[in-house]
Design a protein around this ligand. Structure first.
Ligand SMILES: Cc1ncc(COP(=O)(O)O)c(C=O)c1O
Length: 394
């Protein structure tokens, strides 16, 4: 039988907006190879080397509720409540990673041309989802304190966007963490415009100094909100579990979207996560060990960067999360640099996929420090900086 070519198959029109994730492409090129990868956002597998997962009871083999398992919802809702959010198990949904929370929120709010505001730079896989739903995306420059409240106010007045997407705590990719004052200001602007906040918060627990200020959603007085959290960065990402809590009026439609998407998240994984998170003392111990481990890596990376990048890039020491975000004063072809570093066994993430296409953006790169073993960081950064320096002198 003759096969149809992709252009002959009548796909949905929005598929033309479906971009591949650059990070996933680089990951697939680096898998199973002895590559020093600063490219992804992967936790350090040595953290779970000796981890024994709890056994799953056969009761978990059956279909389950779309909302998720009640014990896990209770644990995650009470965690959100300790951050000051008006959250409870009834308005908490277990999702297949926080990535699914982004997908469900996009389905709820976005159709072709819906204005949406987010940070520049932003999490690239969120951009991928919002572009697929054909949102009219507006990106506001992000600085170390967060978005400028006046700029957000002006853009909301101009676009009447119904949704704002923010990752205000140890942002991926920039590492930025909004100050307490800035969080309150942003909340006041959103309240004034009655614009829904989609707050993405997977890195909160990976803090290297004091605890991060509370979520922005905590300061909202009247506008609805959706708050996404994840177990990927602090437990194990392979469980594919996250949580979504939200204003009560948004819960029902989000739950129906979840049903339509996949009926419910993986039940054995939910049992495992609930058992692992159920013991607050053990949990706290694990988080402290994780912070200590990643802080060491961050500090090691900082001194290696000072040695190899001090004369070619600028950056701020991240106070949490998993990434350094470097700005290069001179524009250059980072795709070509990546090809060259890959040939020498080193991967990194060029900055452009974190911005809207065709925008005039600074030349940046994102370097992950959670995955690479301490003893390989120097070598990897030396190779990367020499490729960039060679490009500069050409
Ligand atoms: C900002 C942000 N949001 C969401 C996700 C998705 O995480 P997961 O689906 O594993 O919970 C990530 C993963 O890197 C992220 O960095």
């Amino acid at each position: 039988m003759p096969t149809q070519t992709p252009s002959e198959i009548r796909l949905a029109g929005r598929i033309k907006n479906l971009t591949g994730s650059v990070a996933r492409d680089i990951l697939s090129r680096t898998q199973n190879k002895d590559i020093i990868s600063f490219a992804g956002g992967l936790p350090d597998a040595s953290l779970w080397q000796n981890l024994q997962l709890p056994a799953t009871p056969p009761a978990a083999y059956q279909y389950g509720p779309s909302e998720g398992e009640l014990p896990l919802r209770q644990i995650l809702a009470s965690r959100a409540a300790t951050l000051g959010l008006p959250a409870n198990a009834q308005t908490t949904l277990i999702t297949s990673g926080s990535q699914q929370g982004l997908d469900l929120a996009a389905k709820l709010f976005l159709e072709a041309g819906t204005p949406l505001i987010l940070e520049a730079p932003t999490y690239l896989a969120a951009l991928q989802v919002f572009q697929l739903f054909e949102a009219n995306i507006h990106a506001l420059p992000l600085n170390a304190e967060g978005l400028e409240p006046d700029a957000l106010d002006a853009l909301l007045t101009r676009t009447q966007a119904p949704l704002v997407y923010l990752n205000p705590t140890f942002q991926n990719p920039s590492g930025a963490c909004y100050s307490l004052k800035r969080r309150k200001q942003i909340a006041a602007v959103l309240d004034a415009h009655n614009t829904v906040l989609l707050e993405d918060d997977p890195y909160r627990d990976i803090s290297y100094e004091d605890d991060a200020p509370p979520p922005i959603a905590r300061f909202l007085q009247k506008t609805p909100w959706i708050y996404l959290s994840s177990v990927s960065k602090t437990l194990i990402p392979g469980l594919r579990l996250g949580s979504l809590c939200c204003s009560p009026q948004l819960f029902e439609p989000l739950l129906k979207l979840k049903q339509a998407a996949d009926l419910h998240s993986n039940r054995p994984a939910q049992f495992v996560a609930a058992q692992m998170l159920d013991n607050p003392a053990e949990n706290q111990k694990r988080i402290l060990a994780l912070r200590h481990h990643y802080r060491q890596k961050r500090d090691h990376m900082q001194s290696a960067l000072q040695q190899h990048f001090g004369d070619i890039a600028q950056w701020t020491l991240p106070r949490g999360g998993m990434f350094f975000w470097l700005t290069l004063p001179q524009s250059r072809d980072l795709a070509a640099a990546l090809e060259s570093t890959l040939q020498q066994g080193v991967a990194f993430m060029p900055g452009s996929p974190f911005f809207l296409p065709k925008q005039n953006n600074p030349c940046c790169l994102r370097l992950n420090f959670s995955l690479v073993p301490l003893e390989k960081m120097q070598q990897g950064l030396r190779i990367l900086s020499s490729v960039l320096k060679r490009q500069q002198s050409n």
